[in-house]
Write a protein that binds this ligand. Structure first.
Ligand code: CAA
Length: 380
């Protein structure tokens, strides 16, 4: 067993770290305050190969492994978790499934611009009444001969307003329950497709979250991915990989909060010495460091299993559960360490605490991860 990163991995991590400090840190507080999407920065991330990291170079991607992806998402999210989720959704939720299950024509037309960062993608599963219970899709896609007609509403869609290509999960045959679900590629300018309300969020306010409305949207037959009825499995497989990205995002937010706390506690004096010299603070830092290290091992194990072609459903859920829950704890402690300064925006940690919360919710709440994990451990 080797716990060392390769030279290539270190290079990718450092490139992401340098980029985040130089390009994402300036303005991160204002983007959060004003809910501004980091357009310029995401464009540059595309040029650096970060928007389709694991896609084969022949389809415009970086041809990198999942370990590289985890390292990059972690570094980006340390500084700006909103940029982290835009990147994660494009890579894991859109490019991955298109590359694995798309036809050659779909890959040429849609994957290439997505993986090269020319355009953004969005994954549309959640609905007003189908969040955790993903089988209860209400959006319908009726077979009309040479096209499908989509009707329904999707909610809380990451990259919803800025994407050009949408993977939309819809029910084609209610009588077949989850086996009657399909996934379709929908282009932004398709008549009947409307971008709805932008959400005013607690955290990741720089990321762009919208509801989407479909009214008699005609989707060509060739835009369905996979065989008829494949959509639910497609969504579940996609989310398994997505959870590695969100675990890495949570790890990044935790790491950002920890590094700021470490630095602050060595500078701030109280009761005659630096606060890091008080055990009350030193022990908090020890817990944070340990939890981040444990989270990284879980995350890397899931990434490694994916790269080896092994099943990673269990490890990705464990990584996501642990990294998200500890992220909430670590960022809350970071605010506590910073005291009054932690409660104001200039010190970044209050934003990190708000950003942390979503990691326990999207791509399956912590409770959903426990369903996946408990089913696996209880299986005979
Ligand atoms: N890979 C392949 N197939 C899978 C699978 C996986 N990981 N997980 C389940 N399936 C298959 C099952 O084998 C089963 O198929 P068969 O009937 O053919 O055997 C089918 O899917 C149904 O599985 P279950 O009976 O386990 O389904 P369930 O209704 O009990 O639900 C669940 C399982 C884990 C709770 C699932 O619904 C789930 O993951 N819910 C959470 C959804 C979610 O994460 N939503 C987030 C939205 S996306 C998002 O958040 C993006 C963003 O903003 C960034």
């Amino acid at each position: 067993m080797n716990f060392q990163l390769s030279e290539e991995h270190i290079m990718i991590r450092d490139a992401a770290r340098d980029f985040a400090k130089a390009e994402l840190l300036p303005g991160v507080i204002e983007r959060d305050e004003n809910q501004t999407f980091p357009h310029e920065q995401i464009k540059k991330m595309g040029e650096m190969g970060f928007m389709g990291m694991m896609v084969a170079p022949e389809y415009g991607g970086g041809g990198m492994d999942t370990i590289s992806y985890v390292l990059a998402i972690e570094e980006i999210s340390k500084i700006d978790a909103s940029a982290g989720v835009a990147m994660s959704a494009n890579n894991s939720l859109v490019c991955w499934g298109l590359e694995k299950y798309g036809t050659e024509a779909q890959k040429q037309k849609y994957l290439k611009p997505l993986a090269s960062g020319e355009v953004l993608g969005a994954f549309c599963l959640s609905e007003p009444e189908a969040g955790s219970d993903a089988t209860s899709q209400k959006t319908t896609a009726i077979d009309k001969g040479d096209y499908y007609e989509l009707n329904g509403v999707k909610n809380w869609i990451t990259n919803g307003g800025n994407a050009s290509i949408y993977l939309v999960i819809a029910q084609t045959d209610v009588s077949k329950a989850h086996k009657g679900i399909n996934v379709f590629i929908v282009e932004k300018d398709t008549p009947g497709f409307k971008i709805g309300k932008k959400e005013n969020k607690l955290g990741i306010r720089g990321s762009d979250t919208h509801s989407l409305l479909f009214t008699d949207v005609k989707v060509p037959k060739e835009n369905r991915i996979g065989d008829d009825g494949f959509g639910f499995r497609f969504a579940m497989e996609t989310l398994s990989g997505g959870r590695i990205g969100i675990a890495a995002q949570a790890l990044g937010i935790s790491g950002g909060a920890y590094e700021l706390s470490l630095q602050y506690s060595k500078e701030r004096k109280a009761f005659g010495k630096e606060i890091s010299k008080h055990q009350a603070i030193a022990f908090k830092l020890a817990d944070m460091a340990t939890e981040i290290e444990a989270g990284r091992f879980l995350c890397m194990k899931a990434a490694w299993e994916k790269d080896q072609g092994l099943n990673y459903d269990l490890s990705s859920s464990m990584a996501k559960l642990y990294c998200a829950d500890t992220c909430m704890k670590i960022t809350t402690e970071a605010v506590q360490i910073h005291g009054g300064y932690g409660f104001v925006k200039e010190y970044h940690v209050e934003r990190m605490m708000r950003d942390a919360k979503i990691t326990q919710i999207y791509e399956g709440t912590s409770e959903i991860q426990k369903i996946v994990i408990s089913r696996a451990v209880l299986k005979d």
